[in-house]
Every structure is written in structure tokens, then in C-alpha cells.
Design a protein around this ligand. Structure first.
Ligand code: FES
Length: 282
């Protein structure tokens, strides 16, 4: 599976990573929710203080093991739910967490999902219920301990249709790859009856519009990520749906050049047009 190698963090993600709010254990917490596992690379423990009269979350804190976006997402979650009633807090979705941070890189959306799961676990703990069922059930991805129930739930909640998206949101499929056919089968089954409604993308672009859009996406979405790794890309030509680019800097002659080109193509297909083909300038 090909993946973009470039992460772009918003200022808010950086801020919440470098100066996270509500870190640490909350003494006398009324509820504790745990999700993930250190073995799988990400783990989150959420602590809630809840006013029993009003049902309001008066305080929230977290402990996490994970990357910058896991820390930022956990911190964002605590800020989002403080002051809310449990019912209101349960309406906070993983998309809300990502939006609060001004967005997360696609490949890091699983951090926002982890936040939502920890919240569900904490609320179940408070209510004296069993932990959410997605921790049990038919295990699909052994590498990341992801069940079929979780894949279906996250796919429906986030309108995910491809294995790559499932990997971004759950990590399933991102290890040995053995589970990929099973994830594909789940997605086929899930969307066989009713395809998800995705935000509409302009269906027919004029050539001029396409050229402008490709230029804009390369400048704003692709170059900054490559430049962060001391690489770069230059747009050479656009002819119909064929986009020719030249890799520069550290990307030149890099063993992963093909992956980078495919990553650029995936981004342009996602944001401009599905028929885009990206070729390296020879
Ligand atoms: S079993 Fe899913 S990636 Fe290995």
C-alpha cells in the first residue's frame, strides 16, 4: 500500500502537542476510559470528574502514549468535553476533535478516533456498563488489534470506502497487510446497499480550472510536506489529466520516489479529479 510520507500539522496541533492542556492523572476521577495499547503504538487513558447532580463533566485529563497528533487529539478532547453534560459530550465525534485542531493529516485520523473511543470507554465506566463492544468481536487486524465492529463503525461514521482510509482511521491493514482482503470484503458488504454520501466535489472541471486547482494543491498541500523532509516538487506540465512533475532536493533519486509520485497522484485525485495521472519528469 502506498502512503504519503509528508505530515502537515496545523499550528493548533503543534500548540496542543508542545503545550498540551489537562495532562496527567486526575485524582479521585469519577470515570476512567482506556483505549489502544502500547504494543500497537498508541494508548490513551482519559479521566473525568463528573458532577453527579448535573451530570456535567467538571474536569478532564489524560495520559497518552503516542505521537504528536495523539497528544494533541487527547488534549483537544479534554478541552471539548469540559463543562458539557455526559449526553452532550457523547455527541463529540472524532471529526469534531480533528476540526477543533484545524484538521489532522489523513494518516493521523486514527488519533482522533482513539479520543472518541476513550470517551466512550469512560462514559461506560461511569455508568457501570461493560466497555464498548468494539474491543471484542471478530478480530480482523491482528497487527493492530482491530475488530470488524470497529472497522464498520468507523467506516460508517466517517464515510470511509477504501482500505487506505480504514488504515488512516484505525491503523488496520497498515502492518503485514494480511487483513487487507478481509477489510475489502467488509467495505464491499457495508456499502453494497447504500453508498456513502461524500461531500460533493466539482464533477466536471474546465481545463483552466483543473490547471489552477492542480497548481494550488501542489503549492498548499504537497510542497510544504516535501520541503519539511528537505525535498521538493516542481510542476512541469499539465496536459489534460496528465500531470508531469519533477522531484527536487532530497526527493531526487530517492528510493521512495515512486511512492512519493503515487502519493502526489493520490492527493490530486482526491482533491482535484479522479482521472489525474502523475508522471515523473525524465
Ligand atoms: S493483520 Fe492487519 S496489518 Fe497485519
Amino acid at each position: 500500500m502506498q502512503k504519503l510520507t509528508m505530515w502537515e500539522y496545523t499550528d493548533k496541533v503543534k500548540d496542543f502537542f508542545l503545550k498540551p492542556k489537562n495532562v496527567g492523572e486526575l485524582k479521585d476521577a469519577d470515570a476512567v476510559g482506556e483505549t489502544g495499547s502500547i504494543v500497537c503504538g498508541d494508548a490513551l487513558k482519559l479521566f473525568l470528574k463528573i458532577d453527579k447532580e448535573t451530570g456535567k463533566i467538571t474536569d478532564a485529563s489524560f495520559q497518552t502514549f503516542g505521537c504528536a497528533s495523539a497528544i494533541a487529539s487527547s488534549s483537544a478532547l479534554t478541552e471539548l468535553i469540559k463543562g458539557k453534560t455526559i449526553e452532550e459530550a457523547m455527541k463529540v465525534t472524532n471529526q469534531d476533535i480533528a476540526e477543533f485542531l484545524g484538521g489532522l493529516p489523513d494518516q493521523k485520523m486514527h488519533c482522533s478516533v482513539m479520543g472518541r473511543e476513550a470517551l466512550e470507554a469512560a462514559v461506560a465506566n461511569y455508568r457501570g456498563e461493560a466497555p464498548p463492544e468494539h474491543e471484542e468481536g471478530n478480530l480482523v487486524c491482528k497487527c493492530f488489534n482491530v475488530t470488524e465492529e470497529k472497522i464498520r463503525k468507523v467506516a460508517v461514521e466517517n464515510h470511509l470506502t477504501t482500505v487506505e482510509e480504514i488504515t488512516n482511521y484505525t491503523k488496520a491493514g497498515g502492518g503485514c497487510g494480511e487483513c487487507v482482503p478481509n477489510i475489502e470484503a467488509i467495505l464491499r458488504d457495508l456499502w453494497a446497499i447504500k453508498p456513502p454520501e461524500k461531500p460533493a466535489r466539482p464533477k466536471k472541471l474546465t481545463n483552466l480550472h483543473k490547471i489552477a486547482l492542480v497548481q494550488e494543491i501542489i503549492e498548499s498541500e504537497i510542497r510544504p510536506g516535501l520541503q519539511a523532509d528537505n525535498g521538493d516538487v516542481e510542476l512541469i506540465d499539465i496536459e489534460g489529466s496528465k500531470v508531469t512533475v519533477a522531484l527536487r532536493g532530497m526527493c531526487t533519486g530517492c528510493m521512495m520516489a515512486d511512492v512519493t509520485i503515487k502519493g502526489i497522484e493520490a492527493k490530486l485525485r482526491e482533491l482535484v479529479s479522479e482521472d489525474i495521472v502523475v508522471e515523473a519528469y525524465q
